[in-house]
Ligand binder design. Sequence first.
Ligand code: IMP
Length: 177
Amino acid sequence: MIYFVTSNLGKFEEARYILGELEMKNIGYTEVQADTLEEVVQFGLREVQAKITAPIMIEDAGVFITSLNGFPGVYSAYVQRTIGNDGILGLMQNRVDRRAFFRSVVGYVEPGLEPVIFRGEVHGTIGFKACGSMGFGYDPIFYVGNKSLAEMNIAEKNMISHRGKSLALFKQWLTDR
Ligand code: IMP
């Protein structure tokens, strides 16, 4: 059994859809202030590893908006909590370049193994309005083609998403070893 340390049920459901056997563990860890998602994941893994002796995964994601020079990026959780999707739409109001991408970094460790890391990205655009009610976080304002991620069910989102890709690589690694 793999434990997915997260407080985000949406993430957990997406991961379980791909990995199958998975248990959610909402024990929290420090999301360090760092310049990359990889650093956040590596630090988090070490902290969680010290608490649980079992196979564990964590995942950190962020949305990087081109015309905002990659903002909010590693600060995506803080920005979602503070200004939210309306705040982002406001910041983007007069911007023509709507390009953005999501990045997901999955970290996995088990007793006696060096941590491994898997990455995935999805490129899309920040819309002019929020649409859809599925998913979580930035999903309603992040579009791939003319559909927001919040208009996709888990199966559809996993097929194209940053997390779908990082988790598929993780699953392949689990199968191959
Ligand atoms: P974290 O990976 O939990 O730190 O997430 C950073 C922020 O990005 C949080 O506010 C999440 O809600 C948001 N986020 C992470 N993954 C996704 C996603 O797949 N869709 C939309 N928002 C996401």
